[in-house]
Design a protein around this ligand. Structure first.
Ligand SMILES: [Fe+2]
Length: 294
């Protein structure tokens, strides 16, 4: 696969219209989040239609073949309400957080160093890596594209299977051993949660460079060797990764167990310096488990 429009699974018009009826009205996101919390989302009539079943099967097929699927055709109205519906194609249950919320919003900013919305490029990672059970699927919908797209603001996705194949053949086997054979601790400074174990195990990966460095610093160890491995993993992932340029409404559902993702350097256009600017804005939500085949 390459970064052309052919990467995107197109949503059929019947599904676009049915989802728009649910997701494009005022307050739709809050209503849908309420249905998730009360376990009633599955009861939406949309999910019983033949059109949805066909679309869901196509999405599943792409996802199972590539460990991610890119979808084009949903609207970006109401802060990513369609993302929540789209996640149901492969997600069994959705992750909720404080206040009964499911979707988080991030606008890239020139005035922050926060990893989640700085303009700087991020590193390849999986989400919520220090949790006991990290979510199975990360869903990202573009609400506003990067003003410099496709030169900036790309979403990069690298499959674990490709990475491991790379380490088998390339001259950086140490990074492969670091992932598979060494016990590593990750520590989230923000939540104080930590996890220790093999980063790759049973065909799945959990990996977050900042939390690996944070754990090393906390234990008084040097980050030199760790940075060497992280750099080798970053280079290998970049070599094998697929870059996605997301337009408004486009979304990606990415395995958070079998793939890494990363945000490329983003750009900004000021409308009224320093407070008003155009930049990439996304909605992010997670499915805790993948849906079983029926
Ligand atoms: Fe992420």
């Amino acid at each position: 696969m390459n970064n052309s429009d052919s990467v995107f699974q197109m949503v059929p018009p019947s599904v676009v219209n049915a989802v728009a009826k649910i997701c494009d009205s005022k307050g739709a996101l809050t209503r849908l989040e309420g249905l998730v919390v009360s376990h009633q989302l599955e009861a939406l009539p949309l999910f019983q239609t033949v059109g949805w079943a066909r679309f869901r099967d196509n999405v599943r097929h792409d996802y199972e073949s590539h460990d991610f699927v890119a979808i084009r055709g949903f609207s970006a109205e109401q802060g990513g309400a369609a993302l929540l519906v789209a996640l149901r194609t492969i997600g069994e249950s959705l992750r909720t957080f404080r206040g009964g919320k499911v979707v988080k919003h991030f606008k890239m900013s020139p005035w922050t160093r926060e990893l989640s919305h700085t303009l700087r490029a991020g590193e390849f990672h999986t989400d919520h890596s220090t949790q006991i059970c990290p979510p199975a699927v990360t869903g990202i919908q573009c609400l506003e594209p990067d003003p410099g797209t496709p030169k900036s603001g790309l979403l990069w996705i690298a499959r674990l299977s490709d990475l491991l194949e790379h380490f088998e053949t390339a001259d950086c086997k140490g990074a492969g051993r670091f992932l598979m054979d060494e016990e590593t601790t990750m520590l989230s400074d923000r939540s104080s949660s930590s996890w220790t174990g093999n980063l790759v195990s049973n065909g799945t990966i959990r990996y977050h460079p900042e939390t690996i460095r944070a754990a090393a610093r906390r234990s008084g160890n040097s980050c030199k060797d760790i940075d060497k491995h992280i750099s080798a993993i970053e280079n290998a992932a970049l070599e094998r990764a697929i870059p996605l340029a997301l337009n408004r409404g486009d979304l990606a559902l990415i395995s958070n167990h079998r793939a890494l993702h990363r945000r490329g350097k983003s750009s900004v256009v000021f409308k009224n310096y320093p407070t008003e600017f155009e930049s990439r804005r996304v909605a992010v939500a997670h499915a805790t488990k993948e849906r079983r085949h029926t």
